[in-house]
Design a protein. Structure first.
Length: 290
């Protein structure tokens, strides 16, 4: 069994992406790691090379500004990186620049890959998600945060990245998947208020084609306001070992009140049912569990 890892990255230093941690978190699982480095305004490539792993293979890409609308460029770049993995790969493990896999799941992921290796009815593996917000102490527990997504797929070039690289589909159809029995830790919303504002302005340019910087809703802001949440709770687990240095370096605080719940009536009822039963009614799923 051969597993290829792959990811895309651009301006990792400017936007303070935990891309090094993301890559290192799946290196023990994969046999190779393809990193597609986009044209950057910083030393993103040097950052990747600092990992010093023989599994890593860097490829280069130029992001098409004409594909900014709706984040389509992210899917296009993901497909380009997917095309670069080894032809002998059975599975492809996709990790985004702000996603990290806890080492406690490594065995389970490889076990699931092996278990379904020769089952043509299984297109990929489905991961649970833990979304951190504000600091490393809080996670989202409402419908605003997607609960699961596909991150391991067959090495089948009919499979393509979907929308803004949310997940994958084959010829427009949802993939047939089995659980990976693992969780992805998403740290995209954990930054200092100043760095978060910088990242959002830069990232929003991939969605808002043609809007001038001065027209951005946060153009006059000095820091990002983390008050826009409906429900959070304290994180009670442990962070991946590769994230520990970042966790220790946190030098900002965010005023989070986990008792505060901001829901409209319908979402309040749905949230109560989910907390009581573990079931998310009317959930959107970009996959088919088989």
């Amino acid at each position: 069994m051969f597993i290829s890892g792959f990811t895309i990255i651009r301006n990792a230093v400017i936007n303070d992406y935990p891309i090094v941690e993301a890559i290192r978190s799946i290196l023990p699982v994969v046999d190779e790691m393809v990193v597609s480095v986009g044209d950057s305004d910083d030393d993103t490539e040097g950052l990747i090379r600092s990992i010093h792993s023989p599994k890593i293979r860097i490829v280069h890409s130029t992001w098409d500004p004409a594909l900014r609308k709706g984040g389509a460029v992210l899917a296009a770049e993901t497909d380009k990186a997917f095309a670069q993995i080894s032809p002998e790969a059975d599975w492809a493990f996709y990790i985004q620049a702000d996603e990290v896999v806890h080492e406690q799941y490594h065995h389970a992921i490889r076990k699931a890959c092996k278990e379904h290796l020769h089952d043509p009815e299984v297109d990929g593996l489905l991961f649970d998600y833990t979304h951190f917000y504000g600091t490393y102490d809080y996670i989202g527990d409402s419908r605003r945060w997607y609960r699961r997504e596909v991150r391991v797929v067959r090495n089948d070039k009919a499979i393509r990245s979907y929308r803004d690289a949310q997940g994958f589909r084959r010829n427009g159809e949802k993939l047939r998947v089995k659980p990976a029995h693992a969780s992805v830790y998403h740290y995209g919303w954990v930054k200092s208020p100043q760095q978060m504002l910088t990242k959002i302005k830069n990232l929003d340019s991939l969605w808002d084609e043609g809007r001038a910087p001065e027209q951005h809703p946060l153009a006059a802001a000095e820091v990002f306001n983390f008050d826009d949440y409906d429900s959070l709770r304290r994180f009670a687990g442990t962070h991946p070992a590769v994230m520990q240095d970042r966790v220790n370096r946190q030098n900002w605080q965010v005023d989070i009140d986990v008792t505060r719940k901001h829901f409209k009536l319908k979402n309040r009822v749905l949230h109560w049912i989910e907390q009581l039963t573990g079931k998310r009614l009317f959930e959107y799923r970009n996959y088919r569990l088989v």
